[in-house]
Design a protein around this ligand. Structure first.
Ligand SMILES: *Cc1c(COP(=O)(O)O)cnc(C)c1O
Length: 381
């Protein structure tokens, strides 16, 4: 592919500023449908679960090609209720990645279990499957791989290992709705898939929301009971759950937005391909996608020398960017009791100093991408 960085680029009418994410541009495209769906919920006054949530669960179950989909209150609660359904308890160990959003690990700790962090692979940013086995002990009960930035973790070796050691696998697919690996959609590899509908995710609600997927009937039933306090039948409690219900309004809006998800994901992929073309043979490293993976580019995350100065320069040129994540989980203050120190998980620690996510949202124009690439080159010149 030709290296477009050599060309002198000119642009006349690039809309500025370019935020890291522009949800308002997208809202304009489905506004009337969403307002109608919300209005129906208001007319029915069916705000907690209800028929709109049931309809959404059926639609998304089909979309994700899994047997059961249970709407819950957030991605965080999806992780928590999954761990609860697997009876994770104090003393148990759960292996996961240090390079993720906080709740991947906090959900483990909330049940009194211990997160065991395994370093990541520098190309995919995902947990390094080769390093998992050496951290398995007799206390290990589960693995939580995260499909970070929209690209699946290496599920083949992870599932083989889990089978060999009789471990549960909970996929944190909060950033990977619609992502595929070897023909399987994310969320269908392990016992559970956990999704988030936080407004900035690829499929975002009008507030918080989440989803648990599974192909196991018994586990699906258990999550359904746990999300509503553990009651079954009403006011009779066999187990202690929580209030993890998905709102009716979220179900209605998500059902509208789900119809657009594939085209939005496709636009993100096209944007990523354009960036890739500009960044070939440049100083910055574009994200590397494994040939077996279909990424939905929740983020377009580069690694860049002098990252902080680059971010400031982009900001001065009206370009938004973000650092996911500035500090790895194993070095967070709240986890200091786990005893990790700097240097323990060197790849994750280095990535925290080098990564920068650039705007990748579907409504971005080719001209805006060209402008961003040009400003990146200008910074290093
Ligand atoms: C967003 C996110 C979560 C949490 O989802 P919420 O809906 O915000 O609770 C968990 N894990 C990852 C990787 C996420 O990106």
């Amino acid at each position: 592919m030709a290296n477009r960085s050599q060309q002198e680029l000119t642009y006349t009418e690039v809309p500025l500023p370019i935020p890291i994410l522009d949800l308002r541009a997208q809202y304009a495209t489905y506004k009337s449908e969403a307002l109608r769906a919300i209005s129906e919920i208001c007319d029915s006054q069916s705000f907690a679960l209800g028929p709109a949530v049931a309809a959404f669960e059926e639609q998304i179950r089909t979309y994700l090609e899994c047997k059961y989909a249970v709407g819950v209150s957030s991605g965080t609660d999806a992780l928590l209720v999954s761990l609860m359904a697997l009876n994770i308890k104090p003393g148990d160990e759960v292996i996961t990645t240090p390079f993720s959003f906080f709740s991947t690990a906090s959900s483990i700790v909330r049940l009194g279990a211990k997160p065991v962090f395994v370093d990541v692979d520098q190309d995919s940013y995902n947990i390094d499957a080769n390093q998992i086995e050496q951290r398995i002990t007799e206390k290990t009960l589960a693995i939580i791989p995260v499909h970070l930035f929209g690209q699946a973790a290496q599920m083949k070796p992870i599932m083989e290992m889990a089978q060999r050691h009789s471990l549960f696998v909970i996929e944190d697919a909060a950033q990977a709705i619609g992502a595929v690996q070897d023909g399987t959609k994310c969320g269908s590899f392990g016992e559970f898939g956990c999704f988030s509908f936080y407004p900035t995710k690829n499929l975002g609600g009008f507030g918080d929301g989440g989803l648990v997927t599974t192909n196991n009937e018994e586990l699906a039933e258990k999550v359904k009971i746990l999300r509503n306090h553990g009651q079954n039948p009403t006011y009779f409690y066999k187990m202690i759950g929580g209030n993890f219900r998905l709102d009716g309004i979220q179900g209605a809006v998500l059902n509208v937005k789900l119809r657009y998800l594939d085209q939005w994901n496709e636009r993100r992929r096209q944007n990523a391909a354009l960036y890739d073309e500009y960044f070939t043979d440049s100083l910055i490293k574009p994200p590397k996608i494994d040939p077996n993976n279909f990424s939905i580019y929740h983020q377009y995350t580069i690694t860049a020398p002098e990252r902080d100065r680059l971010q400031k320069f982009l900001s001065e040129n009206k370009i938004g960017s973000a650092i996911f994540y500035p500090k790895p989980l194993h070095l967070q203050e709240c986890f200091s009791y786990l005893g990790y120190k700097e240097g323990d998980l060197a790849v994750a620690e280095r990535l925290c100093k080098e990564v920068l996510s650039l705007p990748i949202y579907p409504e971005l124009t080719p001209g805006q991408i060209e402008y961003i690439a040009q400003k990146v080159f200008e910074f290093y010149r």
